[in-house]
Design a protein around this ligand. Structure first.
Ligand code: SF4
Length: 327
């Protein structure tokens, strides 16, 4: 049986924002009642258009921001109740790889200093020699020559910088890595190298990944299961093969139809969504996808559909999923 590593239950984050358009502060729900479980050793892909709440969810898991409600259980412990010291231990287990390797590395620190920083903070190595040896080992692991130890980020290419970011994440022996669009700032040829590196490292260290991307091909390549988000809500959640073969939500179908190389069974024609993504300050009533959904009925404007299991392990937040997709 698969072991649960991270369980997120009904997580919601609402920001109060002030804008010139409105006199009073407005509430913006960036993550709305999201529940997912990550099993040890798997890759869970999170997809959706920009602004759908994927990165906010990552920040909530790491407690870089506090949720409005909900629970985050890590190895069974509710991390929202942990003290600073308890959270330091959990942060060592959960690391993040950022989208922009240029911005995520301190330009004033050599890559040796960057990669070894966590070794000192978390008391993984006690002597300087141990730290240097471990840093060299980590750089070798990610394909950077150990002699580059004293070089600075600007002396590397984008792909190399991302390798340094991966070495930094690995330095504290994490269990879970949140990769937030880790290849979207890189050239296509380099993307494949980084994805393969992430796959190899996962196998070697039994890592669990939460892999966030707007690129469905990249997510398909890496993920065991996939969640599709729209306006802060989970629209569909399934085993990767099942979702790519037969999506059970009109939003996922439209997303997949826009990727030329992914042929969805019976839905090979490109589906153009109507209009823009609505404002999260004033989201639509009922099903939040209804203004753009080609299948919307009157009831969709009133009733909020629940994320429910349609087929074995395949969940959809469309109340008409069976009628649309399983006839
Ligand atoms: Fe479309 Fe209605 Fe399903 Fe929402 S519930 S996705 S509006 S058919």
């Amino acid at each position: 049986m698969q072991k649960e590593l991270l369980k997120i239950e009904n997580l919601t984050k609402t920001f109060l924002i002030k804008s010139r358009m409105y006199e009073k502060k407005q509430s913006l729900t960036a993550v709305d009642d999201v529940s997912i479980t990550l099993f040890k050793g798997e890759t869970f892909g999170l997809v959706g258009e920009s602004g759908c709440g994927k990165s906010t969810l990552a920040k909530l898991i790491l407690r870089l921001i506090e949720p409005t409600s909900g629970q985050i259980l890590y190895n069974g412990d509710n991390i929202l109740k942990l003290s600073k010291r308890g959270m330091k231990r959990v942060r060592k287990d959960m690391q993040i790889i950022f989208q922009d390797p240029q911005a995520s590395l301190n330009p004033r620190m050599s890559i040796g200093q960057t990669v070894s920083e966590g070794l000192g903070v978390h008391k993984i190595c006690s002597t300087r020699k141990e730290r240097v040896d471990r840093t060299k080992e980590l750089l070798n692991l990610v394909g950077i020559h150990e002699q580059s130890l004293n070089m600075y980020p600007h002396e590397f290419s984008g792909g190399q910088r991302q390798r340094v970011g991966i070495a930094r994440a690995l330095s504290v022996n994490p269990m879970l890595i949140i990769a937030d669009e880790p290849v979207s700032a890189l050239d296509v040829s380099i993307q494949a190298q980084i994805l393969n590196l992430l796959k190899d490292l996962q196998e070697e260290f039994d890592l669990t990944y939460l892999f966030i991307s707007h690129d469905l091909r990249v997510v398909e390549y890496l993920s065991d299961r996939v969640g599709v988000m729209y306006l802060g809500k989970m629209m569909e959640l399934a085993d990767s093969k099942s979702l790519y073969k037969q999506p059970l939500h009109p939003y996922s179908t439209a997303l997949l139809s826009a990727v030329p190389s992914i042929a969805v069974e019976g839905k090979k024609k490109r589906i153009i969504l109507k209009g823009d993504v609505p404002s999260p300050i004033n989201p639509p009533r009922g099903c939040i996808f209804h203004p753009r959904c080609q299948y919307a009925k009157e009831t969709c404007k009133e009733i909020v559909p629940e994320l429910r299991e349609i087929k074995n392990g395949h969940f959809s937040a469309c109340m008409l999923a069976e009628d649309i997709f399983l006839v």
